[in-house]
Write a protein that binds this ligand. Structure first.
Ligand code: ZN
Length: 205
């Protein structure tokens, strides 16, 4: 089966301001009734998180904001809850499968998956994936790692590259057992951070 989650990452949070920004996001979501202030080990896998509040369904696609809001139009059961991660972390689908990365200097995108004619029988660029994840792991562990772009030849810090369905960030929110968040919910989070760049993705562990 596995456990599904939605992750949301703040690309502009620094290690220094992430704890305060995380508190502001929680305050906002608690004020909207999406989360409870209460922390519980039942809310997150391998840690503690905030339990869902009475208005949790307002955050997910298909729930709408009209008269039927929160009245069982959602596809899933009540989710587990949300945990906040502060500090350098790599967010992706949970299986190490970032789709592609884009050079911050020349904007050329490097895909890691594609047709067998181009990517061989596995349909994936294993070397490229290692190239990215090795640098991401070094960054997560507090080091500095550059990725050299094969298009323009310039080496740029791995955290400056943009990734498809993945992010390197100092503030992350994991919504455990949650369906895909509506753009409005991402907007609430962005507003709570003062307009930071917020990205999201889905995962399974
Ligand atoms: Zn480049």
């Amino acid at each position: 089966m596995g456990t599904y989650f939605e992750w949301v990452a703040d690309l502009d949070a620094t290690e220094a301001d992430a704890p305060e920004l995380g508190r502001r996001v929680v305050d906002t979501l608690v004020a909207r009734g999406v989360l409870l202030r209460e922390m519980s080990p039942d809310a997150a896998l391998g840690g503690v998180g905030h339990l869902p509040g009475p208005a949790w369904a307002d955050t997910i696609a298909g729930s709408g904001s009209g008269s039927d809001s929160g009245l069982g139009t959602v596809s899933g059961e009540t989710p587990w809850g949300m945990s906040v991660t502060v500090g350098r972390e790599v967010y992706d689908g949970g299986q190490g499968g970032v789709e592609a990365v884009t050079c911050p200097r020349c904007s050329v995108r490097r895909s890691f998956f594609g047709p067998p004619e181009e990517f061989g029988p596995t349909c994936s660029d294993e070397h490229g994936l290692r190239w990215f994840y090795d640098a991401a792991a070094t960054w997560r562990d507090g080091g500095a790692a550059d990725l050299e772009c094969r298009a323009c030849g310039v080496a740029a810090p791995v955290a400056e590259w943009s990734a498809d369905d993945a992010a390197l960030a100092c503030l992350g929110l994991t919504f455990w057992g949650w369906d895909e968040l509506r753009p409005e919910a991402i907007g609430w989070i962005a507003e709570a951070t003062g307009g930071h760049r917020i990205v999201r993705g889905s995962g399974k562990v």
